[in-house]
Write a protein that binds this ligand. Structure first.
Ligand SMILES: Cc1cc2nc3c(=O)[nH]c(=O)nc-3n(C[C@H](O)[C@H](O)[C@H](O)COP(=O)(O)OP(=O)(O)OC[C@H]3O[C@@H](n4cnc5c(N)ncnc54)[C@H](O)[C@@H]3O)c2cc1C
Length: 386
């Protein structure tokens, strides 16, 4: 549909060329088998795309968030699901910003080469949900290690990670002056921890994220695996969210464009009542509306990228980009399903698969309501609601 070159056309062309080796049938089979796209993620890793944000001195390509977002967008636009590997792109940001020089030297080059996979981040808990400062998982210093006890839920890609970032309480809530203090983050070597205090239980679910419940029972983590200062972990996690939200906004934009391309093509071809269904305004208008909304969300995504890459505050723009893009991709998914008629429900058209995949982004990694509450409080100055 688009003919003029787009921003970062060279990156787009290269990612599309790689994605062309993994056509719809590949992603459909992975989805059907509830499997993980190992070959696809390996190819992205070997081509260096997932190391885009790692500085060159550590073996990455040192690109900005704008370029990284194009990589994620193109994966989804080509029919794939960047959600299976986006953690490898942005989880390392916590180490990059807050890790010690020794941790950075130890881990970042191997993450850049793909030798180590840091695909998982364990924050959510069953008893606390979005109310993160109430996390009940504890890490208690004992000699040269921290002993971790507690439970996490919805922790993705553990089966495809060597390392995981863990948020746990190191000072009880009752003993801190601000509830956001007293939490710390750790790098957990999953190869060491699983079976030695950490139990992983997969959760069958709607999308192929390989997501899990985690049970920590006296799991020992070397003290040297603490990232940054003890008690500051919640702030470090928040620091990483703007990149995560902006990249996911780009994924949603990729999804939205995929849905719009597919439904437009179908609406031109499908003839009912003696004319293409796309000739009816009742069909045209909802698709046109999706096009407008995706383009508008894209502008906010570029604004978030611009500010992030200029190292300026971008929390508002990153949240708004995620909100707009997730909403627009979901509307596009609905239109694509609707105007494929019965065929929208047939797996071979891939619409139902992408429909399920893009729906996630109004719930995770942050729900739409929490973005609205961020804007209400931080942009409009309304009283804090929780
Ligand atoms: C496939 C999948 C993968 C995930 N991967 C990870 C991962 O890798 N790591 C990780 O840590 N987490 C992960 N999550 C968890 C995800 O971040 C949470 O599900 C999400 O943050 C919502 O938390 P919750 O499920 O506990 O919902 P709850 O906090 O129980 O909220 C339920 C609903 O109530 C609404 N709500 C709650 N409080 C308020 C309020 N004050 N005002 C208005 N509305 C409110 C929420 O918006 C939400 O819609 C994943 C989730 C899924 C489904």
């Amino acid at each position: 549909m688009r003919t003029a070159p787009e921003k970062f056309q060279d990156i787009r062309d290269a990612v599309r060329a790689l994605c062309a080796d993994f056509p719809d049938e590949y992603h459909r089979r992975i989805d059907h088998e509830r499997a993980y796209p190992v070959a696809f993620v390996d190819a992205l890793t070997q081509a260096g795309w997932l190391a885009a944000l790692i500085p060159q001195e550590y073996g990455g390509s040192g690109l900005g968030l704008a370029e990284a977002s194009v990589i994620m967008e193109e994966i989804n636009r080509c029919g794939g699901n960047a959600g299976t590997c986006h953690g490898q792109m942005y989880n390392m940001g916590t180490l990059l910003r807050h890790g010690s020089p020794e941790q950075q030297r130890r881990y970042l080059p191997k993450i850049a080469s793909g030798e180590l996979r840091l695909q998982s981040m364990a924050v959510t808990e069953p008893g606390t949900g979005t109310d993160t400062t109430k996390v009940k998982t504890t890490a208690v210093r004992r000699g040269g290690c921290y002993v971790v006890n507690g439970q996490k839920v919805w922790i993705s890609r553990v089966q495809h990670s060597d390392l995981m970032i863990l948020l746990a309480r190191t000072t009880p809530l009752a003993e801190v002056t601000k509830k956001s203090e007293g939490m710390s983050i750790f790098i957990v070597d999953l190869r060491e921890a699983i079976g030695r205090g950490l139990t992983v239980r997969p959760i069958a679910n709607m999308v192929s994220h390989d997501t899990n419940e985690l049970f920590f029972e006296n799991c020992e983590i070397p003290a040297e695996n603490l990232i940054g200062h003890e008690g500051q972990g919640f702030r470090y996690i928040l620091d990483g969210l703007n990149a995560e939200r902006t990249l996911i906004a780009a994924e949603c934009i990729g999804d939205g464009r995929w849905f719009i391309d597919r439904v437009t093509r179908y609406a031109k071809e499908r003839v009912v009542f003696g004319r293409p269904i796309g000739q009816n305004q009742g069909v045209q208008f909802p698709i046109a509306e999706c096009q407008i909304e995706i383009e508008a969300a894209d502008l906010m995504r570029w604004e978030a990228c611009r500010l992030f890459d200029a190292r300026e505050p971008c929390g508002t723009q990153a949240n708004m980009a995620k909100y707009l893009a997730a909403k627009a991709s979901w509307e596009a998914a609905n239109a694509a399903l609707q105007f494929h008629g019965g065929f929208g429900f047939a797996c071979e058209y891939d619409v139902e698969r992408k429909f399920r995949e893009t729906r996630l982004y109004q719930v995770a990694p942050i729900s739409t309501n929490l973005i609205l509450s961020y804007v209400a409080e931080h942009v409009l100055g309304l009283p804090r609601s929780f």
